[in-house]
Design a binder for this molecule. Structure first.
Ligand SMILES: Cc1cc2nc3c(=O)[nH]c(=O)nc-3n(C[C@H](O)[C@H](O)[C@H](O)COP(=O)(O)OP(=O)(O)OC[C@H]3O[C@@H](n4cnc5c(N)ncnc54)[C@H](O)[C@@H]3O)c2cc1C
Length: 323
């Protein structure tokens, strides 16, 4: 199997979870079929990210550093990723389907004239590549092949499991080919939209609410427990469709896929489409007043009870324990 390159998305040198997940999956494939795993890093200092990338299976980390990569810029970063692909000729480039990655992947692919496959959840190699992605709002999957020598593939966060598989992760610099390239936009400032809150796909703990909360005025019950636990607040599609919370909170087949250490489902029945987005969580706790709710089939711990009684008591107790 030829080599797989993984774009190492990071914030100030700290890897996004999706980068670890892609490295782990690329490593698994390389161990099964041969080939190397390469990290591609753009940013001011490659050393901290390269160490983590090595821990998760990167044989090498190709880095372009300097002021041009201090802040994300579609034109400069797209040019750099394309220059890397032209010079090193990987077979496949994996980019996280994050806000940044969804902008970067097609930009680089357009410059290279290669295939770009978005929002993938599975990779298979059997002499050639098959890329699995959900279609028709998650109702079915398409297994996609490509005819160009290279494809850039966007990978959904939490589609793959993180694993440690230490490799050298030695840093080698590459020429990003920016001579004469001008940025077409100027970034004036970067402001975090959810300052102080935990990002759903990155969270170690997620507390989600469903139709059992009865109305939007009760979503703060979910948020309060989430805050007490240092967790992100999620939601079922039922309450997103009802307009009780924003779509950015939706967990499931047509929302976000999460794989935290702890997932607390409150007043959620456990429809298959919801499970598709959270069943890889390490520990699932379900709170539901119906003992026969399907969510209890996947739960490690179940509380059969009224969430209006259970949630405040749980929040108080967590607050007490955590001081
Ligand atoms: C193509 C497609 C894609 C979809 N994608 C998604 C998706 O991404 N994410 C998603 O979540 N859904 C998705 N759905 C919808 C999914 O099928 C369910 O309709 C939805 O998940 C139900 O949400 P819910 O569990 O909050 O509501 P319900 O199914 O209505 O469940 C509410 C639960 O709350 C419990 N309850 C009620 N009152 C209390 C109380 N006081 N205390 C404790 N428990 C209580 C009830 O016993 C019940 O189990 C999709 C559907 C389709 C067709």
């Amino acid at each position: 199997m030829p080599n797989i390159a993984v774009f190492i998305e990071h914030r100030s040198g700290v890897l996004k979870k999706v980068a670890w997940q892609m490295l782990s999956e690329a490593r698994r494939l390389a161990d099964a079929h041969g080939g190397e795993v390469w990290g591609v890093f753009l940013g001011p200092d490659a050393a901290p990210a390269a160490a983590t990338a090595g821990k998760h299976g990167a044989d090498k980390v190709f880095a372009a550093t300097g002021d041009a990569f201090a802040v994300y810029d579609s034109e400069l970063w797209g040019t750099a990723l394309a220059a890397f692909c032209t010079a090193r000729k990987p077979d496949l480039v994996l980019v996280g389907s994050t806000a940044l990655g969804k902008d970067l992947a097609p930009k680089a692919a357009a410059k290279l004239g290669c295939a770009c496959i978005s929002d993938a959840v599975g990779l298979k190699f059997d002499g050639g590549w098959e890329i699995r992605r959900p279609i028709f709002a998650g109702k079915c999957f398409a297994d996609v092949t490509f005819s160009t020598p290279l494809a850039i593939v966007g990978i959904r966060p939490n589609a793959f499991v993180m694993a440690e598989s230490p490799k050298a992760g030695a840093v080698e610099s590459f020429d990003p080919g920016l001579d004469g390239v001008r940025s077409k936009a100027k970034v004036m400032s970067v402001e975090a939209a959810t300052s102080g809150k935990v990002t759903l796909t990155e969270a170690e703990i997620v507390v989600s609410g469903g139709r059992g909360i009865k109305g939007p005025e009760n979503y703060p019950l979910i948020e309060k427990l989430a805050e007490a636990l240092g967790a992100a607040a999620g939601a079922s599609r039922a309450i997103v469709d009802a307009g009780w919370v924003d779509y950015s909170h939706q967990v499931g087949q047509t929302g976000k896929t999460v794989a935290p250490n702890l997932y607390v489902a409150c007043g959620i029945s456990g429809a298959i489409q919801h499970l598709a987005g959270m069943s890889s969580s390490k520990c699932i706790v379900a709170i539901n007043k119906d003992a026969n709710a399907p969510i209890f089939k996947v739960a490690d711990y179940g509380i059969v009870g009224d969430l209006f009684a259970v949630l405040p008591a749980l929040t108080d107790e967590v607050g007490r324990i955590r001081g």
